[in-house]
Ligand binder design. Structure first.
Ligand code: HPA
Length: 270
């Protein structure tokens, strides 16, 4: 694939700010999960606004930023806060942040998110490994892309090898990790109970407003990806679920401990 000048410009900005070129793992932190960064040793933090091609703006009052440093002995690049389709109307809003990872040797990419659960055994506060996804939004971040590379195969999009490593890390760390198929809803409004019943019928176990376009972009650029959902609520109408943003953020924050443990075991063994 031809090098993309946008990716090179973003990578140069990172190198100028002290990212020395080696990244063992990149991690995107979803809503309420920002405290993971506290576990890093000597992080360099770079606001998205200082990196060409990165989305700007705030999430829940915090500026988005990248943090680069050591986490459990590995060099890690953490995206604190992603940009969502619903903010801009652009499903490719994360194109440069993810594509520029190719300039750093294409490290494995762990995408985390807050999600609603459609499965009785996946309860709020728990973690679930994403095994596959459903995208019926009629949106795709590669619309308008050119060349044969846009016809990205999506079998095993959620890398089986990384999934195996995360499953083993969960077992060794004592963090419970369920599994499920994630369905992307554009948001920002939550689903109706009828939409949740439809999603269940179609085979979804988790619903959320992110991740899917990022996985498609990451696969376009040849990155290996895993997705982890922090279950913040039952889907609308299930077990009395009435999801809202405050609950999503608060439950995700409370569930960070399990994710911390899982990442510690995963990175230590990477
Ligand atoms: N729906 C969509 N997105 C979400 C949910 C949900 O129930 N919970 C957390 N993010």
């Amino acid at each position: 694939m031809a090098a993309d000048p946008d990716f090179d410009r973003a990578a140069e900005a990172l190198i100028d700010r002290g990212v020395d070129g080696s990244i063992d793992c990149a991690i995107v932190l979803g809503t309420g999960l920002g405290r993971i960064v506290e576990d890093m040793v000597d992080p360099v933090t770079i606001p998205f606004a200082d990196i060409p091609g990165f989305p700007t703006g705030e999430v829940s009052g915090h500026a988005r930023a990248l943090s680069y440093g050591t986490l459990h002995g590995k060099k890690v690049l953490i995206f604190q806060g992603r940009a969502h389709y619903y903010e801009t109307g652009d499903p490719a809003v994360m194109r440069v942040p993810l594509g520029m990872l190719t300039a750093f040797g294409s490290p494995p990419l762990i995408l985390t998110n807050a999600a609603g659960s459609l499965k009785p055994e996946l309860r709020p506060g728990g973690l679930a490994l994403i095994t596959d996804h459903i995208n019926l939004n009629g949106l795709n971040p590669l619309i308008g892309d050119t060349g044969d590379g846009r016809f990205v195969p999506m079998v095993d999009a959620y890398d089986p090898h990384l999934r195996g490593r995360l499953t083993r890390a969960a077992a060794s760390s004592g963090a419970h990790l369920g599994e499920g198929v994630y369905m992307w809803f554009s948001g920002p409004s939550f689903e109706t109970p009828a939409e949740i019943r439809m999603a269940k019928l179609l085979g979804a176990d988790l619903v959320g407003m992110s991740t899917v376009p990022e996985v498609i972009l990451a696969r376009r650029y040849g990155l290996r990806v895993a997705g982890i959902s922090i279950i913040t609520n039952m889907g609308a109408g299930l077990l009395g679920g009435t999801p809202n943003h405050g609950e999503t953020r608060d439950v995700a924050m409370a569930a960070t401990t399990g994710l911390r443990r899982l990442l510690r075991a995963f990175l230590s063994e990477l």
